[in-house]
Design a protein around this ligand. Sequence first.
Ligand code: ASP
Ligand code: MG
Length: 356
Amino acid sequence: MGIVVQKFGGSSVADLEKLLQVSKHIIKEYEKGNKIIVVVSAQGKTTDRLVAEAKEITNNPNKRELDVLTSVGEQITISKLSMLLNKLGYKAISMTGWQIPIITTKEHGNAKIKYINKDKINKLLDDNYIVIIAGFQGIDEDSEITTLGRGGSDTTAVALAATLKADKCEIYTDVDGVFSSDPRIVKNVKKLDMLSYDEMLELASMGAKVLHNRCVEIGKKYDIPILVKSTFEEESQGTIVETSSLESHVISGIAKDNNISRITIMGLENVVGKTYQVFKLLADNNINVDIIVQSFGENVNKNLSFTVKNNDLEEAMRILNENINVINAKEILYFKDLSKISVIRSWYNKYSWSSF
Ligand code: ASP
Ligand code: MG
């Protein structure tokens, strides 16, 4: 008997038939006498649809309002799953991120979990409830609704497992674990039985969508083994992500990300602190910069290229153009919709190579 956290992704909860299959996994663990916390995503492509609807109104929706809108997706799933479990004769209750509460930082659309109040959850678990919690969402210290970034329900699940010192954290998805590459695109891929946190972190940050990279960071920090497995394959053994074993693969996987934009700042003065000034401007606005390349042209000035996510391009360009005189650049160019292929090496663990 122990505490089990089970997380079900969007494709696992897409319709009623799938919710029924999800219920079977929950009931199986509950009947063993475990205390169950379930974290769910929005059904199917609900979040994509909500974002698209916001963009019908304006190309650049207010981030606070976008969080109020997109957080709705998970709320629909928790209530439906709870009703279904009730109908099947089980005590279940739905909880939003703000009811728990899951307290986050203030960055709308990319908030980080600061802490989770355990009191309500523990009380409900003691009363034998299956507690169904909305992934992806939280609340900041000013009671503002926040979201954790796309794919963030995984992070909700592992953060809950860490807070409650769970015995197991299972992430259910539509594929049987983590593969050496995307099985929906590449033939003859290999399922990996085990991966270290570092390998998984590399794969996740390089674009493998199977796990949100921040959930792997939490798993590593609090030593929570994360089991990734299929909701639909009965015999699914999945992939366990945990502290590295002595023997490991040389290359554990290949990841692709085709949501990349490259920004090139031309004619940047080649003086100490210039690059820092550019990246600080972006960091202050929560824009992550990935691959960075510098080159030198015909004069002493340099060209600085780096990649950002397609979603961040518009804002990054706005910030840079507004500050073009501050950073003293000649011209700022961009290329959208590029792809990045990354080879994940595990033996030397820290290195991966990317090209774009
Ligand atoms: N529903 C959110 C998304 O689609 C969060 C998640 O599924 O993890 O990104
Ligand atoms: Mg996901």
